[in-house]
Design a protein around this ligand. Structure first.
Ligand code: ATP
Length: 240
């Protein structure tokens, strides 16, 4: 059914010991869309992604992907089904080469030919990675490591990618390149995207719809154009 969202989070709560990080968070990501999840430091954005990837357990609620409940599945099974996360802080394997890092992204797959094909696609998207294919990942710049983390996620052939603050710590030019790549993946390969971002203005320009998290709850949601003009959003997040 085409009207059903590809990803649906229903009433999810989560806590770390005594700290309640999420309370009844619901959101939906339609197939083919770019949806943004916004909010200030500690609002619960990463926790939401970590529940979806099942890196942490929800205390309540459900997560559905492609029409099936996934909140009880192991994380690697979730990746296998086509839902993958590019973590904040990138977490590439520093002692391995760029190529080895990328190959690792395909570890759940067996088809060598398709893998070579995907490697080419990643190198086309990020020519820098091709130039540095045999170099140790530790020697890459921050922006290049971000490209590598995205490339590695792409190697699992996802249907939906979740990005956790891809702009963090990057120069304006690199941010532009990364966001251009994200938009191309959506436009040209039909990849569905859930984007966590602190740069609200940037996120609202690429996403069609956005959710705003405050203290672990969704305080506001809507079409990006509408949020861009919302006085409360402008005051709190756009500095106008
Ligand atoms: P940021 O933009 O700073 O990354 P965020 O919106 O992603 O923030 P989360 O990282 O999801 O926020 O954190 C939500 C809340 O849960 C915060 O109060 C945070 O301190 C707390 N928290 C997150 N991880 C842990 C943990 N491992 N142990 C204890 N508390 C945690």
């Amino acid at each position: 059914q085409s009207t059903k969202p590809l990803l649906e989070v229903r009433g999810v709560s989560a806590s770390y010991g005594a700290i309640q990080a999420l309370s009844g968070v619901s959101l939906a990501v339609p197939e083919g869309a770019i949806v943004a999840l916004l909010g200030s430091n500690g609002a619960g954005k990463s926790s939401t992604l970590n529940v979806i990837s099942h890196l942490i357990n929800p205390t309540a609620g459900e997560v559905h992907f492609a029409g099936e409940a996934i909140h009880r599945l192991p994380s690697d099974e979730i990746v296998r089904r086509g839902l993958v996360q590019v973590p904040e802080g990138r977490e590439v394997f520093k002692d391995m080469s760029v190529r080895e890092n990328l190959e690792l992204g395909a570890f759940l797959r067996r088809d060598r030919a398709a893998m070579a094909d995907d490697l080419d696609k990643v190198f086309t998207l990020f020519p820098r990675l091709k130039e540095r294919a045999e170099q140790r990942a530790a020697t890459l710049s921050g922006g290049e490591q971000q490209m590598l983390a995205i490339g590695r996620a792409l190697m699992s052939r996802p249907r939906l990618i979740m990005f956790d603050e891809p702009s963090m710590g990057l120069s304006p030019l690199l941010v532009e390149q990364i966001f251009e790549a994200i938009q191309r993946l959506n436009r040209e390969q039909g990849l569905t995207i859930l984007l966590v971002e602190q740069d609200v203005r940037l996120a609202l320009t690429v996403a069609s719809h956005a959710y705003i998290l405050e203290n672990g709850e969704i305080s506001l949601q809507g079409a990006s154009a509408q949020l861009m003009n919302d006085p409360a959003v402008r005051r709190a997040y756009l500095g106008v």
